[in-house]
Design a protein around this ligand. Structure first.
Ligand code: ATP
Ligand code: MG
Length: 307
């Protein structure tokens, strides 16, 4: 099997991978919010979609680009790649193709970007495992339900204590081990609880206790992510996020209190991820925002205000 070492670690970019074998847990939605947050912090961000069947992340970014072009509103857009699945009769051939395509996408952005955000499909595949073994930060969004929890571990039906570790968790353990072997790097694994009910519920508490117990066994951190909000579902057609300047022009309707709360919870999540955000980039972003506010015109090149 091809080794991750052949990809030429260490990268200069910090690699963030969104992963969970369970479909619909919020990987693509979170990937988009993380990418936009980093761009807004003046970081150079590239994005990679490994889910070439659904292409949700790619479509989200495409919608954003089209919406910006159509309205003339300045929206930050990452440099984006969608990596196709391999095809053929033999598994080793398919894997070799996937490895080459993935390696090409990574190597074309790793030196020129501060962050690479990789969205993965909700099922086990060679490319998905490859991405996991490369993560500096692995974000696993988890819906607030025991059905979703099952992807990480099993729970005793009487005591609600952790009874076992599931396939995906084993895969992550192996990917982290590989990573340590190859370059001594550590993966910060963060399980982000998504679609939390805004009302305190027994289920939320019980799932929380299970996740905390598993965190100790498997070595991940848990943070609260987004609450269940309709706004997260409405953003997609225009490629917007809760972090964008939402007004009637961008959103098509007056933003409401849910948008404000969503924006705050995204910011809390980004802080909790403890990503190595470069201060120079932050200053650049602040200078750029000031400049835009003063002239009312967007800058068209990234580096005009570079130090
Ligand atoms: N916090 C939230 N509140 C409400 N809806 C949400 C929230 N997060 C995600 N969703 C919705 O849930 C669905 C699944 O989200 P998303 O596509 O991000 O998950 P995914 O893990 O990428 O799924 P897949 O495994 O299919 O790629 C989408 O319809 C999305 O709009
Ligand atoms: Mg997805």
């Amino acid at each position: 099997m091809l080794m991750q070492a052949e990809l030429g670690r260490p990268f200069s970019a910090h690699v963030i991978v969104l992963g969970n074998e369970k479909g619909g847990s919020g990987k693509s939605t979170t990937a988009m919010h993380v990418a936009v947050a980093l761009l807004q912090a003046g970081q150079r961000v590239a994005t990679i979609d490994l889910d070439s069947r659904q292409k949700s992340f790619s479509h989200y970014i495409e919608n954003r680009r089209e919406w910006a072009a159509r309205t003339g509103i300045k929206l930050e857009i990452p440099v984006h790649y969608c990596v196709a699945r391999g095809s053929g009769m033999r598994l080793d051939e398919i894997e070799a193709q996937e490895f080459a395509a993935f390696a090409q996408a990574v190597s074309s952005v790793e030196q020129s970007h501060d962050f690479v955000v990789i969205d993965t499909p909700g099922n086990d595949s060679y490319m998905m495992r490859l991405a996991h073994s490369m993560a500096d930060t692995l974000i696993t969004p988890l819906n607030d339900s025991f059905v979703d929890f099952d992807v990480l571990g099993t729970i005793d039906p009487i005591s609600f204590e952790v009874a076992g570790v599931s396939h995906y968790a084993e895969m992550v353990r192996e990917a982290r081990r590989q990573r340590r072997l190859v370059d001594g790097g550590l993966t910060d694994w963060v399980v982000v609880r998504n679609r939390l009910s805004t009302l305190g519920s027994r289920n939320r508490r019980l799932v929380g206790e299970g996740v905390d117990a598993l965190a100790k066994q498997l070595g991940f951190r848990t943070v609260d992510g987004f609450a269940e909000r309709v706004v997260y579902r409405e953003f997609f057609p225009r490629g917007l996020t809760a972090l964008d300047d939402l007004n009637e022009d961008t959103l098509g309707l007056r933003p409401n209190s849910s948008h404000v709360t969503a924006r705050d919870e995204v910011k809390v999540l980004i802080d909790a991820l403890r990503l190595p955000i470069d201060e120079r980039g932050k200053r650049r972003a602040a200078a750029r925002a000031e400049w835009i506010a003063a002239t009312g015109k967007p800058l068209d090149t990234y580096d005009l205000l570079a130090d």
